[in-house]
Design a protein around this ligand. Structure first.
Ligand SMILES: Cc1cc2nc3c(=O)[nH]c(=O)nc-3n(C[C@H](O)[C@H](O)[C@H](O)COP(=O)(O)OP(=O)(O)OC[C@H]3O[C@@H](n4cnc5c(N)ncnc54)[C@H](O)[C@@H]3O)c2cc1C
Length: 551
C-alpha cells in the first residue's frame, strides 16, 4: 500500500507552518483563485492584546506561552552551558514573538548566495521581493516599497533615550544612519519596526488574516504535522494531528515545508529524508538519503551588556516604573503611542569590529531595559542593555533527531565558538561597543555595568564571552539551498532527489545574512510563491507532446 491512499481532504498545495515564510507564501499563492491552499499550523491564532501590543512579547519570549522555548545541547564553546532557543508557536510563528526589527541584510550576503551556486538569489534579484513585501511609512522608491502587506514604521515610543544613543554614536565617531536598509547599513541609528500604527504586524496579520475569507485558503491552527507522505519519490500529502485525531491531507501539486530552521529539517528526517545512518539509528525507514538535512546550522552569537540605570524612561520594576507603565497603558489605549509600542531593542548599529573588516561584521541592539538571560531573570530596579552580535560566524552546527516524534524537541547544536575566529572577532566587537556605551551622552544614563565590569584584557573578555554569550534568535541553514552534496534544496527550493516537495523558510539560507532574519524569511516566501505559480503554469511534457504534431 502506498502513502497516497486514504486521504481525508485534498488541496493543490499544503503549507506546513504559518510562520513568517509560511504565512507569506500561503497569502500569495491563494491570490490565484484557481489554487487551493491548506495551511497547517501547530500553534494558535493569537489575535488579541498578547499578539498585538508590542511590549507583550516580554510575557512570551522567556516562557512557554505560544513559544516552543527549546534549548541547545551543552555548548563546549560556552563552558558547557545550554543556550536558549525561543521560537514562536502561533499564526505568524516567530514573527509573533520577535523584536520587530526590520532589517534585510547586506548586498554581499545575497551575492554570496548566488556565487555559491544559487542563480537568481543575488541582491539585484531579491531586492524586488523585499520591496514587494514592504509597506514603509517613511521611505519610498527606489529601495523601499509602500504598497506591500508588511507594515514597516518608525517607532512610536518617543523614548528620549533614543537621542542619547544616537548622540553617543556620534561622539564615538560613528556615522549616523537614518535607514539601515538604505544605501549603506553601516552606522548608528534607530530601528524601523514591523508595526502597523503602533501594533505588532506579524506575518499572519500582514499576509493571512486579511484573506481568511478566500474560499481557496484554509488555515488550520492547532494542527501538528507528523510526517510527509510519499508515493515513491513524490510527496503526495501529510499526516497531522488536530483535536486529538490523526488526519491525512492530500496535495495535488506540492507539499511545502515552512516549519522554520528547527522543525523543517526535523520533519524531513521524521519522513525518512536525511542522513541514512542517522535515520536508521531511530528506526526510521529511509525514503531518500540526503546527508545535508540538519547540517550547516548557523546562528548569531550574542553578548549582552547589562547597565544599571535610574532613568524612568527605561523599563524596570519600581514604584516610579509602575506609575510610568500605568500612564503608558492609558496613552496606548488612546493613541497607540508611547512606551507600550516599544520593541525594547530601539537603538541599532552596524559596525566593523576592527579596521581589517571591509564591511560591518557586528550588530548592536540598544535595549531600553536590563535584559538578563533572555528576560528569564528579573530583578528590582531599572536598567539598559546593549547586545553585540557577530554577523557572519564561521562556526557550523547541526540539528539532529532526539526522538521519532514531531512533538519532541530535536537536538540543537549551534556549535558556538567552534571556529576560533568567531571569539576573536567578538572580543573586538565587545571593545568597540563598550567604547560607545562610555560616551558622555549615554554614560550619564547608567551607573554601573551589571556583569563583567572588571573584564579588560583580551583574556578576561574571552572568558566573559564564554560565560555569557548565547543566541540572538537567528538560526538558519539547516536545509541549505545549493548544488553541492550537502545541499538540501535547489535554487527553486525543491528538495533534491524528490518531487512535489519544497522547503520555504529561513532554513534554506546557505549562509547567515548580516542582520535580523524576519524580513529575509518573507522575501524567500515572496520569491518562492512566484516560482511555484510559474511552475504550475508551465506545460507538462505530455501537454507539449500533444501540442507539437508528431512526425
Ligand atoms: C525572540 C525572537 C526575537 C527575534 N527578533 C527579530 C527581530 O527583531 N527582527 C527580525 O528580523 N527577526 C527576529 N527574529 C527572527 C525571525 O523572527 C525569524 O527568523 C523568522 O520569524 C523565521 O521565520 P520562519 O518562517 O523560518 O519560521 P517561524 O516563523 O518560526 O515559523 C515556523 C512555524 O512552523 C510551525 N511549525 C513547526 N513545526 C510544525 C509542525 N510539525 N506542524 C505544523 N506547524 C509547525 C511553528 O509553530 C511556526 O509557526 C527573532 C526571533 C525570536 C524567536
Amino acid at each position: 500500500m502506498t502513502d497516497s491512499q486514504r486521504f481525508d481532504e485534498t488541496h493543490d498545495v499544503i503549507v506546513i507552518g504559518a510562520g513568517s515564510s509560511g504565512s507569506a507564501l500561503a497569502g500569495r499563492l491563494s491570490e490565484d483563485a484557481g489554487t487551493s491552499v491548506l495551511v497547517l499550523e501547530a500553534g494558535a491564532d493569537v489575535n488579541n492584546w498578547l499578539g498585538n501590543v508590542p511590549t507583550a512579547a516580554v510575557l512570551m519570549v522567556p516562557t512557554k506561552l505560544h513559544n516552543y522555548a527549546f534549548e541547545t545541547v551543552p555548548q563546549p564553546g560556552l563552558n558547557g552551558r545550554r543556550g536558549y532557543v525561543p521560537r514562536g508557536k502561533m499564526l505568524g510563528g516567530s514573527s509573533g514573538i520577535n523584536a520587530m526589527v526590520y532589517i534585510r541584510g547586506q548586498r554581499e550576503d545575497y551575492d554570496d548566495w548566488a556565487a555559491q551556486g544559487n542563480p537568481g538569489w543575488g541582491w539585484n534579484d531579491v531586492l524586488p521581493y523585499f520591496i514587494k513585501s514592504e509597506c514603509n511609512d517613511s521611505f519610498g522608491a527606489p529601495l523601499h516599497g509602500q504598497a506591500g502587506p508588511l507594515k514597516v514604521s518608525r517607532l512610536r515610543s518617543d523614548n528620549p533615550l533614543q537621542n542619547a544613543w544616537v548622540a553617543a554614536g556620534r561622539e564615538a565617531g560613528h556615522a549616523i544612519n537614518a535607514d539601515f536598509n538604505g544605501d549603506t547599513q553601516e552606522g548608528i541609528g534607530i530601528y524601523q519596526v514591523t508595526q502597523d500604527r503602533g501594533e505588532r504586524c506579524n506575518a499572519a496579520r500582514a499576509y493571512l488574516r486579511p484573506h481568511l475569507h478566500r474560499p481557496n485558503l484554509r488555515v488550520t491552527p492547532h494542527a501538528q504535522v507528523q510526517r510527509i507522505l510519499f508515493d515513491g519519490r513524490r510527496a503526495v500529502g501529510v499526516e497531522f494531528t488536530v483535536g486529538g485525531q490523526v488526519r491525512r491531507a492530500q496535495a495535488r501539486r506540492e507539499v511545502v515545508l515552512a516549519a522554520g530552521a528547527i522543525q523543517s529539517p526535523q520533519l524531513l528526517m521524521l519522513s525518512g529524508v536525511g542522513d541514512a545512518a542517522q535515520l536508521q539509528q531511530h528506526g526510521i525507514e529511509v525514503r531518500h538519503h540526503l546527508p545535508g538535512v540538519g547540517a550547516n546550522l548557523q546562528d548569531h552569537p550574542d553578548f549582552v551588556f547589562g547597565l544599571r540605570s535610574k532613568s524612568l524612561d527605561s523599563f524596570g520594576v519600581s514604584l516610579g516604573g509602575g506609575w510610568a507603565f500605568w500612564r503608558a497603558m492609558r496613552r496606548y489605549r488612546a493613541e497607540r503611542r508611547g512606551m507600550l509600542t516599544s520593541n525594547f531593542a530601539e537603538g541599532g548599529g552596524f559596525l566593523r569590529s576592527s579596521a581589517q573588516q571591509d564591511r560591518p561584521d557586528v550588530q548592536l541592539h540598544f535595549v531600553v531595559a536590563a535584559v538578563e538571560d533572555h528576560a528569564r531573570k528579573l530583578g528590582l530596579g531599572h536598567g539598559l542593555s546593549c547586545h553585540v552580535c557577530l554577523l557572519r560566524p564561521k562556526s557550523r552546527g547541526t540539528l539532529t533527531l532526539a526522538s521519532r516524534h514531531a512533538a519532541d524537541a530535536p537536538d540543537i547544536d549551534p556549535a558556538f565558538f567552534q571556529h576560533p575566529d568567531d571569539l576573536a572577532q567578538m572580543v573586538d566587537g565587545f571593545k568597540r561597543t563598550r567604547e560607545l556605551l562610555n560616551q558622555p551622552s549615554l554614560r550619564r544614563h547608567w551607573t554601573r555595568e551589571m556583569w563583567g565590569a572588571d573584564a579588560h584584557t583580551d583574556a578576561d573578555i574571552e572568558a566573559l564571552l564564554r560565560q555569557r554569550v548565547d543566541t540572538i534568535y537567528h538560526p538558519v541553514g539547516t536545509c541549505k539551498m545549493g548544488a553541492d552534496a550537502m545541499a538540501v534544496v535547489d535554487a527553486e527550493l525543491r528538495v533534491h532527489g524528490l518531487e512535489g516537495l519544497r522547503v520555504v523558510d529561513a532554513s534554506i539560507m546557505p549562509t547567515l545574512i548580516s542582520g535580523n532574519t524576519n524580513a529575509p524569511a518573507m522575501m524567500i516566501a515572496e520569491k518562492a510563491a512566484e516560482m511555484m505559480q510559474s511552475a504550475a503554469r508551465r506545460p507538462t511534457v505530455a501537454e507539449v507532446r500533444q501540442a507539437v504534431p508528431q512526425a
